[in-house]
Design a protein around this ligand. Structure first.
Ligand SMILES: [Zn+2]
Length: 511
């Protein structure tokens, strides 16, 4: 296998999308003048950092690598995953290779690159990060260096993507690309080095509060620019490139084999020995078991007219959220099981709920990226003082719990269901119910009949005036606790759901 380059440098520029076209980037213009460019490389959905960097570095879509912002902050990437990072593939083929990663966002070094590879890792900001890299390059002949520059994404969130502040940050990142390249050149290493520039995603223009966001599938979010120069990169324009094709491109440049578990391929035309229109392999089949839903759904409100939810949140758009809804933190609209779903990260929603205050139930599709003790998911609060509620949360590593508190009873009742770790990453249909007349709470997962518990005390839930639905991080969760997952089709009912209702819901979703 031909080795085109002795070393590769990947400059990852967070949140820069295709905004290089709108702001001066004199260094990138000069360095990549005779190289390859893809003006519209398609990134992963959802267009969120960990998902996108995970795919760029692991050569697979995000369902396969399973990385999210939450997961990458909590645990190292499994060293024995069938989807190795490009760092691991190099290490397994070249035990002595010098590998380095300089990141403004520590999650990449902690949670995306495997921790047992002897990669030289630095987490720092701005000039301090660049100086650390210059020192390293001055003293080492490396095989791969990855950079993560966060400042464009930071400014994009704060001022909108494409705002003057965001564009200035892209220009600043360009100057860092120039400084690092100059150091490589000074060492006489530029000749056989392949340089790559690539963002993970773009972002939206300033909204009414002057802020930007990403996670969706608009062109400004999902397309990024890709630049390659040196080390075999042809002078050409690339078409049909996914950002996850970056990992195979790096291995091809270094003359190393590409794992057959990856569903990515070297971008056609990037190298003289890679033809255009190379098919992208399917990779290893995903092992996550997804519920088998019906192919076509009727209108929820029509087919389930007998259930009459007091509140139904299909998450079609942020604008479609009910009036009076409060939003905090980072929330993302992403592709769900049958429509759109809401990813919560550190965000939360408080939605006013028209409930009378007697019986109450909820249903929701939920997908947990991981489990954490006291992790909030969803709660229905039935009184202003927060005294009556029904909620689900995770407890420990492997249990989902339905908790119920009645207004005049101090004790909180819990009903736990063991949830094996393999259920993380897949969709679950959860339902909680409280029947005022009998004083019975019920909990159901995946359309099973309710497990039930008799509760003592006053048999009403609230005052019928101040009910609200809380999704994501709430005031019952501990400090720093988050809901690392996704919700879709959330409903609240002003009645107790029965096993017959559950059968109706099953017939609607699953058939
Ligand atoms: Zn990002």
């Amino acid at each position: 296998m031909k080795q085109w380059a002795k070393r590769v440098v990947l400059f990852g520029i967070d949140g820069a999308g295709t905004f290089f076209e709108q702001t001066p980037t004199p260094n990138i213009d000069r360095i990549f003048r005779d190289g390859a460019v893809c003006r519209r490389a398609l990134t992963e959905m959802p267009t969120i950092s960990a998902e996108c960097w995970g795919s760029i570095l692991h050569g697979v879509d995000c369902r396969r690598h399973g990385l999210t912002n939450w997961v990458t902050g909590k645990r190292p990437f499994p060293a024995d995953s069938p989807y190795p990072s490009v760092f691991r593939v190099i290490r397994e083929n070249r035990p002595d290779a010098e590998l380095a990663s300089f990141c403004e966002w520590g999650n990449v070094n902690f949670g995306i690159i495997e921790n047992n590879l002897g990669v030289y890792e630095v987490n720092a900001q701005g000039d301090e990060l660049i100086q650390a890299a210059l020192d390293y390059i001055g003293a080492h002949d490396f095989t791969l260096i990855y950079f993560h520059f966060d400042i464009p994404d930071h400014e994009g969130h704060a001022h909108g993507y494409g705002s003057p502040e965001h564009l200035a940050a892209v220009t600043l990142a360009d100057s860092w690309v120039g400084r690092v390249t100059e150091a490589i050149e000074k060492r006489g290493l530029l000749e056989d080095t392949m340089l790559l520039v690539e963002p993970d995603h773009g972002g939206t223009p300033p909204d009414e509060r002057g802020r930007g966001s990403h996670g969706g599938d608009s062109d400004a979010e999902k397309y990024v620019s890709f630049f390659a120069a040196g080390g075999g990169a042809q002078h050409t324009e690339l078409h049909d490139m996914l950002t996850r094709d970056t990992a195979p491109a790096i291995l091809h440049a270094l003359g190393l084999p590409i794992p057959d578990t990856w569903n990515s391929r070297v971008p056609g035309g990037l190298f003289a020995d890679v033809p255009e229109n190379l098919p992208r392999p399917e990779g290893l089949p995903v092992r996550v078991e997804e519920p088998r839903l019906k192919k076509a759904f009727g209108v929820f409100e029509e087919e389930l007219a007998a259930l009459k939810p007091a509140l139904h949140l299909p998450f079609a758009s942020f604008d479609a959220l009910p009036e009076g809804t409060e939003r905090t933190g980072k929330l993302y609209l992403v592709d769900g099981l049958r429509g759109k779903a809401m990813r919560f990260d550190d965000g939360a929603l408080r939605v006013p709920c028209p409930l009378k205050g007697g019986s109450v139930s909820f249903t929701a599709w939920l997908r947990l990226d991981a489990m954490e003790n006291r992790m909030p998911v969803l709660s229905v609060r039935c009184a202003e003082d927060g005294s009556g509620w029904l909620c689900i949360a995770a407890t420990g590593e492997d249990h989902l719990v339905l908790s119920v508190r009645l207004p005049d009873v101090d004790k909180i009742r819990h009903m736990e269901v063991g949830l094996p770790a393999k259920r993380t990453g897949t969709w679950i249909f959860a339902a909680g119910s409280f029947e005022a007349e009998a004083g019975v709470a019920g909990f159901s997962l995946n359309f099973e009949p309710f497990m039930r518990q008799l509760l003592p005390g006053k048999r009403v839930m609230g005052d019928g005036k101040h009910a609200r639905l809380l999704l994501g991080t709430d005031d019952l969760s501990g400090p720093g606790q988050r809901f690392p997952g996704v919700l879709e089709d959330v409903c609240v009912y002003d009645k107790a759901l029965t096993d017959e209702d559950m059968a109706r819901l099953k017939a609607y979703y699953v058939g």
